[in-house]
Write a protein that binds this ligand. Sequence first.
Ligand code: TYD
Ligand code: MG
Length: 451
Amino acid sequence: MVKKNKIKYLCNGCGYETNKWLGKCPQCNIYNSFVEIIDEDISKTNINLKEPSAPIKLTEIDSVKITRQKTGISEFDELIGGGIVPSSLILLGGSPGIGKSTLMLQIIENLSDIVLYIAGEESPEQIKIRADRLKLKNPKILLLQEIEISKILNTAEKIKPSVIVIDSIQTIYDSAVQSAPGNINQVRECALKLMEYAKPRNIVVFIIGHITKTGEFAGPRVLEHLVDTALYFEGEKTNDFRILKSIKNRFGATNEIAVFEMTDKGLRGINNYSNLFYFNRKDKVAGVSNSVVIEGSRPLLIEIQALVNSAIYGNARRVARGISISRLSVIIAVIEKHCGISLIDKDVFVNITGGLDIDDPAIDLAIAMSIISSVKDRAISVRSAFIGELGLTGEIRAAARMLDRFNECRKNGIDNCIVSDQNILNFEKSDISQNIKIHTIGNIKELLKYF
Ligand code: TYD
Ligand code: MG
């Protein structure tokens, strides 16, 4: 059968695939991000059944003990599961200027073998200025200013590094691929070549990738399926705290976070960050409520702020910082339907303080509470926390790991917890500290009794 070439379109931002060109990506909402790709469709009759490969019995494979290499930055080591695993591919993503190159230099400073640092973005002099600021002294760090992948791998073959750093993947290109650096084809192809080169040679590869808000460069998300570990910087450049989150980790837990502070001498790990996201107010204010979320393995007490104002006619705005806009839309719809509160002519702003992006659905109840509190202009006690997921029919669903969440409340002087009535089934009352009062509710309507 004849080979058939099909044209398809891939989103530069997230890799979303479609058969026709779209102006806006339905998955990551970036405009103008689709690029044309020729997909070689090989007919099924080409499958070769004559030369089988031999599978091995799982039980007969020897267990290997992984020796992880410590970087000396304990917060980073913990985040990735206890140190760097040999031959792993680690993606470090974040917006420009957030601190990716800084952290990278600090990590490789403590490694004992040769590190090949590919400087695709900055000149060696620029990197030297940063290295001096960080007081780096490791003579085994070798800089290479080169952006063609086969030349990079040729150099690697000569100097035999144990770690390769690519800063950044959007500046590297493969001359065999016919598109500009930063294009999704280039980014994927180069990452694949790096992987093919590094895995059999036991080399660790760090790939730095910028997250951009526009579609002209492929974002690091298109590489997530390929790498072993994907780490992203969250938070804003405007404050000094940088949150590094593990989105994927083949050698450790995911959704774990490490918190750093940007100082004049680079990033400094903060070990005890549990109080960093909690404001600990003395006086209650309308539009504010507390919740405890689980980030990775740790419970975190956080403050959720909402501001509800009259909107200009027909132009009600919904702005969410720290939660997704679709989650906010669902919560607003549930409040309108089940609490009899109209928000159609209101602007709604929601903010999670501290720059965290929260995925834990148990935050829903506190978001709803903050919004209702702002609408009614009535404040809620600063010593209560709301923990539970909202269903579309207004029901409050149980959250996991409640005892850890209660403990976090107790440590921070919160003595009232409002949770789902389904949660009561999941723990013994005697397990809960005497100092915490638990109130259970079944439906969002019952929140109104707190006003
Ligand atoms: P950088 O690592 O260059 O960001 P990225 O590689 O993610 O684009 O860091 C950028 C910011 O960090 C820059 O605005 C300067 C600041 N910075 C410090 O505040 N202190 C330092 O010691 C260093 C090296 C950088
Ligand atoms: Mg950089």
